[in-house]
Design a protein around this ligand. Structure first.
Ligand SMILES: Nc1nc2c(ncn2[C@@H]2O[C@H](COP(=O)(O)OP(=O)(O)OP(=O)(O)O)[C@@H](O)[C@H]2O)c(=O)[nH]1
Length: 270
């Protein structure tokens, strides 16, 4: 009996088919990354458990992508706003220098004898203005049209509007129209009251058709001791100091340097 027992075949080793060791053996030789990928395929691990958290996560992700798309704009406006640029435009000998001188006197009680380049004055608690004279040449007009907030378009009433005025208006239309106000001078030259009234009406309508219907037009009725009448200048000044001016498209999108009166500099250096 014993012999027959010895003859009996030994039980064969059964290979493990499951469990940690079996897994290890199966993955022997395979790169480790695969194991990780296998694990990441677990769908349950990334399932949405909380709708609220998922929404928050999504929103945060969208915020980040949106933020990346926009370059943050830094607000560079200084606490003290820059002065408004007011350009005085008109043909020669129309009274540009006289008007600037009178406006400065009305605001600051100071007499300026000679005007060389732009002059900045304080007109109210929160406003400063820079007055600049624009010569009657196209280059000067193009420069001024780009950066002026308000244009005082001067006209000799005894002569009427000159070609340059219309040229200037066309240039302005290209660069984003600044606010334009007309100023009529030399009204005292017209002696006859009836003719004066007719002339004023004519010029007003011409100005309205060129700028816009109802555009502001000031009348400076004449000179007294080489100056315009005080109350007329005061009215004009008050209008300027409270006027609402809108930002200009060209100026907002470009940085620029305004070189003024180059001929003066060249003549002085020569
Ligand atoms: N009668 C009269 N003369 C005026 C009037 N406005 C200005 N003038 C005279 O016109 C002349 C020219 O005035 P300005 O202020 O120098 O004229 P401007 O436009 O600055 O001249 P430019 O700088 O050469 O372009 C001066 O002698 C003024 O006295 C006005 O309303 N009536």
């Amino acid at each position: 009996m014993e012999d027959s027992g010895a003859m009996e075949k030994k039980k064969e080793h059964r290979k493990r088919k499951s469990g940690v060791k079996a897994e290890k053996k199966k993955n022997k030789g395979k790169p480790k990354g695969d194991e990780m990928a296998e694990r990441q395929k677990n769908p349950k691990a990334f399932a949405i458990n909380s709708a609220q958290r998922a929404e928050r996560k999504f929103r945060r992700k969208e915020d980040l992508t949106a933020k990346k798309q926009h370059i943050p704009l830094v607000d560079q406006t200084p606490e003290e706003p820059p002065p408004f640029l007011i350009a005085v435009v008109g043909p020669p000998k129309v009274g540009k220098s006289t008007l600037i001188r009178n406006l400065i006197k009305s605001f600051t009680k100071t007499n300026v004898t000679e005007i060389k380049g732009p002059i900045t004055i304080v007109t109210s608690k929160k406003r400063r203005i820079t007055l600049i004279e624009c010569n009657n040449d196209v280059n000067c007009m193009i420069d001024i049209a780009k950066c002026a907030d308000l244009v005082l378009l001067m006209c000799d009433a005894s002569f009427g509007f000159e070609m340059e005025v219309f040229e200037f208006l066309n240039i302005c239309q290209v660069h984003g129209m600044p606010k334009i106000m007309g100023v009529l001078t030399h009204l005292d030259v017209i002696r006859n009251a009836k003719t004066l009234k007719k002339r004023k009406k004519e010029l007003k309508h011409r100005f309205w058709t060129e700028v816009y219907n109802g555009a502001k037009l000031f009348y400076l009725s004449g000179l007294l001791h080489g100056e315009y009448l005080r109350n007329e200048i005061k009215n004009l000044g008050r209008f300027i100091s409270v006027m609402k001016l809108r930002p200009l498209s060209w100026r907002g999108a470009h940085s620029y340097i305004l070189a003024d009166r180059m001929e003066d500099i060249t003549s002085r250096s020569s």
